[in-house]
Design a protein around this ligand. Sequence first.
Ligand code: PMP
Length: 407
Amino acid sequence: MKNFDIEEVRKQFPVLDQKIYGRQLVYFDNAATTQKPLCVIERERDYYLNENCNIHRGVHYLSQMATEAYENARKTVATFVNARKSEEIVFTRGTTESLNLLATSLGQLLINKGDKVVVSAMEHHSNMVPWQQMLIREGGELLVIKMDENGVLDLNHYAELLKQRPKVVSIAHISNTLATVNPVKEMIRMAHEYDIPVIIDGAQSMAHQVIDVQDLDCDFYVFSGHKMYAPMGIGGLYGKMEWLEKMPPYQFGGEMVDKVSFEKTTFNKVPFKFEAGTPNVGAALGLETAVKFIQSLDRQEVERHEDMLLNYATEQLAKIDGIRFIGRAPRRNGLVSFLVDGIHPYDLGTIIDKMGVAVRTGHHCAEPVMTFFGIPGTVRASFAMYNTKEEIDIFIKAVEKATLMLR
Ligand code: PMP
């Protein structure tokens, strides 16, 4: 039977067991990257110790084994997100590369002069700049769904934007600055009424929520391994087969081709058409192990624990004089962003770091969000399954102390 034993889980993450400036580390920067469990580290190490080989090319034993392992990793990820087929998973370096792939490839397929793409006011730069730049190239226009002061998207405005018949909608599942969980299933349904494909940026959701791409009915879902206990340098893109088949390649080179001559090149089938060059095989195997690690736990219990952490942290922070939460949507997940009156977020972050507490400060790669709220940045504490209530107590004491020092 699956369970969730936090002590056992923490033993899987030896990096947590260290002192920073003489204080026990409290790691609350999980939205930037999660720590990696031993099983993931060992899987990657084992690959380089015993299995390292280039894939899809060699007839020899090691190459065939590595190819099989890599393709099995694809199957594991496909099952994890409930894709119809493993070929609907394209491995990339992560969310950023997946979104650049989509902006380039869908841009070529769908966007002509005067065409529109919809994003939201709370997007990470990765889900905005690639579209913006593609639209500058093609002579199109970026439409932005408005949000309110709580960090909730205005669905009436979204409905109005859809009437302008944009060619693509691309939105975050969970905001990395505001923690808002967007009603993506409903937003996908609304776009599909106009046959508009929808991309979901799942960078902040894969580690926290069960993702079912068939239930969501999204056309694409993108994610980063390193935010879900897997190594850096690997991530992916789920895409409905009918789209992936129509889309042109994004990069050219080895592996993505079928027949090549100086006159003409034909391309390999999906997903290889989108995987030019040597992939990060070791990291893909690490990603598979991370997925199996998550699957081995009682996910409802993990979600309950993470919700408890977020609620407790928010309650305790609310007691601090002069606190201002940035992001107060009714449905939030994974993180809390805040400011304390009269204190620069950078100063607060720097001081609590000296007390062993690692948080993120700044604009979190979402400058338009900061502009909207008229602030230089926020302090962001983001949680993972291995965090504890006791760590939140330490964090709160550190914030209180820093506040007294800086006032
Ligand atoms: N989108 C969101 C919502 C994110 O939080 C991040 C990472 N902070 C990204 C995209 C980019 O992810 P990566 O840097 O792993 O490509």
